[in-house]
Design a protein around this ligand. Structure first.
Ligand code: HAM
Length: 430
């Protein structure tokens, strides 16, 4: 076994898989642009305090999962970003974005870091794409981010995903609910696990998020947040559902959905895939009007957004066979050198083809013709272009279609013209 292995919970992505990532990212880019979102790139680490304040100190992410380090004894504590939303809001506030335009629509793809126990679909370094709509507080804004997320799934051909949605109400609703939960769970204090006992004091909503099987029956019997919503919160939620109905986006109301981050208010949602096993959440999001104030802003910044886990999305797509029809990213032409004294001439032709934006590959190791043909087939080249003494003397080159074995002689000009045509991937024309 080699001396060095990738760290547990991280992984290498080789070219065939990288092409799948690019494909998904291309669909995300196109849809983001269609919906008017522009790309933002933010640093991979931030001051730890940003996440503590933004995500919430009683959440699992902040309590147990952050990769935190101190650059020097006097330096402020830093943390590798475990999610993007707090960083995007920090950037918007720092650069006073909302002063230039009242609404900002930003999207991103990037690497995140959480110290979770690695298992299928759960890594310590993973990737998300997501979008944040800043500056509007309305059901239409939440519906827009949900619609865009579902549209990405639809465009990629994903089937059988389940969208669960809930309302977490406003701050007052949650305060009243918090008291109701404390009243409900307190008599069961002795059977609560240590984490839930601590949550009972600090943030009882988090108990609903517990995965402890021994507590599930108790959690199912807990009061529902929905019963504590004021009429405006109910109306807000119903309007979001109205937009989803209108757009034929299927959902399930899940009154126990609280999500693992503390910044949400009103609508929160999560999408699960039955292909994923225990780690079945493929994406999630919601509205987070309180985050800006939590980060020290003197003005409110209404906001909503979502993020989707790339690895889980790719696992689901693979299981549903959605990559089978993708054309492999392969060189179109493989230049075959028949005699090695023509290698330089063959390299010149390769440069000419590449200068004309034709994907071209050539053997650089002076291998036999048989080995070159084997390589052309291995990399699934569409054509082999033979360079021999006759070709050099006559200026006519043999181009062989490797799927039909059809072969034709073409001058370099005719070759360039033919290969630049959109039909060049199909039948060889003589
Ligand atoms: P989140 O639910 O923590 O939300 O993460 C979103 C998605 O990231 C999850 O549904 C999952 O697919 C993926 N994910 C999370 N942790 C891991 C992991 N350890 N390994 C692999 N994939 C993982 C957020 O991060 C919020 N910032 C979403 C948001 C955006 N809310 C508003 N705007």
């Amino acid at each position: 076994m080699p001396q060095y292995q990738a760290v547990k919970g991280t992984r290498d992505i080789f070219p065939e898989e990288a092409a799948r990532w690019k494909y998904v990212e291309g669909v995300v880019d196109a849809l983001a642009s269609l919906y008017g979102f522009s790309e933002i790139r933010i640093p991979v680490f931030e001051y730890t305090e940003l996440f503590r304040r933004g995500i919430g100190s009683t959440t699992d992410i902040v309590g147990k999962e952050m990769f935190t380090f101190q650059p020097d004894p006097k330096g402020r504590s830093l943390t590798l970003r475990p999610e993007m939303t707090a960083g995007v809001m920090r950037a918007a506030l720092q650069h006073n974005l909302l002063a230039s335009a009242p609404v900002h629509k930003l999207y991103y793809t990037g690497e995140l870091f959480r110290k979770e126990r690695p298992q299928a679909g759960r890594q310590r370094q993973f990737s998300q794409f997501g979008a944040e709509l800043l500056g509007v507080s309305s059901p239409a804004a939440v519906a827009e981010v949900i619609t865009m997320m579902m549209e990405v799934f639809r465009s990629l051909g994903l089937q059988g995903l389940k969208l669960r949605i809930n309302s977490l109400g406003d701050t007052d609703d949650r305060l009243r609910y918090r008291c109701a939960l404390q009243d409900y769970f307190s008599p069961f204090h002795d059977i609560l696990d240590d984490a839930s006992k601590e949550r009972l004091e600090k943030n009882p909503l988090r108990i609903l998020d517990s995965k402890n099987p021994a507590l599930q029956e108790l959690i199912v019997g807990a009061p529902k947040l929905y019963d504590y919503l004021n009429p405006a919160s109910v109306q807000d939620f119903e309007k979001v559902l109205y937009y989803l109905d209108e757009r034929n986006i299927a959902y399930e109301i899940d009154y126990r959905l609280v999500r693992g981050l503390d910044y949400y208010c009103n609508t929160a949602f999560e999408v699960t895939s039955s292909e994923l096993g225990a780690q079945d959440a493929i994406g999630g999001g919601g509205r987070y009007d309180g985050l800006a104030r939590e980060l020290g802003s003197s003005v409110d910044v209404a906001a909503s957004g979502f993020a989707v886990g790339m690895e889980r999305l790719l696992i689901t797509m693979e299981k549903q066979g959605l990559f089978d029809a993708l054309t492999p990213q392969c060189p179109l032409v493989y230049v075959v050198v028949q005699q090695q004294d023509l290698a330089d001439h063959a390299l010149q032709i390769t440069c000419r083809l590449r200068n004309a934006a034709i994907k071209t590959e050539i053997d650089l190791a002076a291998r036999s013709m048989k080995a070159q043909m084997r390589e052309a087939n291995r990399i699934k080249a569409s054509y082999a272009l033979f360079v021999g003494t006759t070709e050099k003397a006559t200026g006519l080159y043999a181009l062989k279609n490797l799927s039909t074995s059809e072969q034709t002689m073409l001058s370099l000009e005719a070759l360039l013209e033919f290969l630049c045509e959109p039909t060049a991937n199909g039948q060889l024309q003589s």
